[in-house]
Design a protein around this ligand. Sequence first.
Ligand SMILES: [Zn+2]
Length: 84
Amino acid sequence: MTKCVFCGKDEADFKGVYLIKNDGSINYYCSSKCRKGHLGLKRDRRKVRWTEAFHVSREKRRAKEKEAAEKAGKERAEKAKKLS
Ligand SMILES: [Zn+2]
C-alpha cells in the first residue's frame, strides 16, 4: 500500500509517480492532480477540500471550537450563579 503525499489516498496498485529527493525522502503522488497541486501550484493540502489532511484539520478545528463553546457556556453559568 502506498499513500499519496497530497490527498492521503491509499493505493494498492501503482498508478502514480514517485518523487525521490536528494535527501532520500520519497514522495508518492497518486495522480497528476495531486502532483501539480503540491509541486506546481504549491497548494496547502490542509486548505484543499478533497484531501484527507483537510478533513483531519477540520475535525480538529471543530473539536476545538466545541470545547471552547462548552467552556464559555460553563463560565457563563458560573457567572449567572454568582450574580443570583
Ligand atoms: Zn493523491
